[in-house]
Design a protein around this ligand. Structure first.
Ligand code: GDP
Ligand code: MG
Ligand code: ZN
Length: 356
């Protein structure tokens, strides 16, 4: 089955028509300046809006200076990807890698052609990027992600537990499943990391350059997976092994800017041959956690949430919290000590990085 086979997720799902008026596709949408009001559809529209329900659909694979590479659901004459710009009528609405979009204009993909993105289909998830914890501005980075693959090296660079914890929280609050991949197992044993996280119910895989890819491919199949991890952990090496022709540059990457030779600092999605996409995120160090509550973190772990219902109201669940039911659960064997330690690391990472 090719990359446009039926296993492919996202394309072809029904889209609720939310246009009032039916205008022929291909009209100049720029005339409709109320096209996408930022919030709410409670007021009746005063303007007729174009109907794009029959226009080609695609997925944004990459963005470079306002130009989007869009993979078409149905390949066109000029190929299966087209260049596109955002229609002015979308205003400040973001279009990010992973978005499913509708296209107007020249979506033939022929040399020199340029389509317009006229609609962003409803997102199932959205990961935002934040420059650092002090930066309140969080820019949307990737949409419609099923899995966040946290890539850490067994050694070189040394894994950072705190970063893994933050990413688990970011994934959980974004509605994205976290998974962990330990690379470079030729340099060190992955045991410690695996032990710390397997107890949280998070899948942990290990690999090394040249190792068989089947377990990783099985985890990626039929899903959209974002790879995130420190520079140098081997993300691009892995993608090159998974995606023939990907030719992601590997090797030294500047740790501060995330930029290396031929290395773009924006996310890029690559289609796997199995209705799956992997998204590389060079230079991304963390995802935004603004507004995340400790309740949301606890809720990410249903069995722990169940126990925490016996906690005093407003219990922070941190070490030393009076009458925290999680301590009692560890004492009587209902909760593994390593799992409570992990949870507390996550809660601690959050409280340390946010002003409440
Ligand atoms: N020893 C060892 N080195 C690896 C392995 N995978 C990648 N590398 C090396 O680690 C460096 C960084 O890899 P790269 O894929 O560019 O990492 P990225 O920054 O996460 O994309 C490169 O020099 C790779 O050759 C591995 O399994 N074992
Ligand atoms: Mg890389
Ligand atoms: Zn508690």
């Amino acid at each position: 089955m090719g990359r446009h086979g039926p296993a492919r997720r996202g394309f072809g799902r029904p889209v609720t028509p939310r246009r009032l008026g039916a205008r022929a596709a291909g009209v100049e949408d720029d005339d409709f300046d109320e096209f996408d009001r930022a919030s709410g559809y409670s007021r009746p529209r005063t303007k007729t809006r174009p109907d794009y329900s029959a226009t080609p659909q695609g997925r944004v694979l990459g963005v470079d200076r306002g130009r989007f590479d869009v993979e078409l659901a149905q390949p066109a004459a000029g190929g299966d990807t087209v260049r596109a710009i955002k229609a002015r009528a979308l205003g400040r609405k973001s279009v990010v890698v992973g978005d499913f979009v509708r296209l107007a204009g020249d979506a033939s993909g022929s040399p020199g052609s340029l389509a317009r993105i006229v609609e962003v289909l409803p997102r199932t998830s959205l990961l935002r990027r934040s420059a650092d914890d002090a930066d309140p501005k969080e820019r949307p980075l990737v949409a419609n992600v099923d899995q966040l693959m946290i890539v850490v090296a067994a050694a070189d660079p040394t894994p950072r537990i705190g970063m893994i914890d933050r990413l688990i929280v970011a994934a959980s609050v974004a509605g994205v499943r976290p998974v962990i991949l330990v690379t470079k197992t030729d340099l060190a044993e992955p045991g410690e990391i695996a032990a710390a996280y397997a107890d949280l119910g998070i899948p942990v895989l290990a690999t090394r350059r040249g190792a068989g890819l089947e377990p990783i491919e099985a985890l990626l199949r039929g899903r959209t997976t974002v790879l995130v991890g420190h520079s140098g952990v081997g993300k691009s090496t892995l993608i090159n092994a998974l995606v023939p022709g990907a030719r992601r540059s590997t090797g030294h990457v500047n740790d501060v800017t995330g930029k290396g030779r031929h290395t773009s600092s924006s996310a890029i999605a690559l289609a796997l041959g199995t209705g799956s996409w992997v998204i590389d995120t060079p230079g991304v160090r963390s995802f935004g956690l603004a507004g995340v509550s400790s309740d949301a973190i606890v809720a990410a772990f249903p069995d722990i949430a169940d126990i925490a219902r016996d906690c005093p109201r407003g219990c922070p669940h941190l070490t030393g919290a009076p009458e925290c039911a999680l301590d009692a659960a560890v004492a009587d064997g209902r909760l593994a000590p390593a799992r409570l330690a992990s949870l507390r690391r996550i809660l601690g990472a959050l409280t340390a990085s946010l002003d409440w």
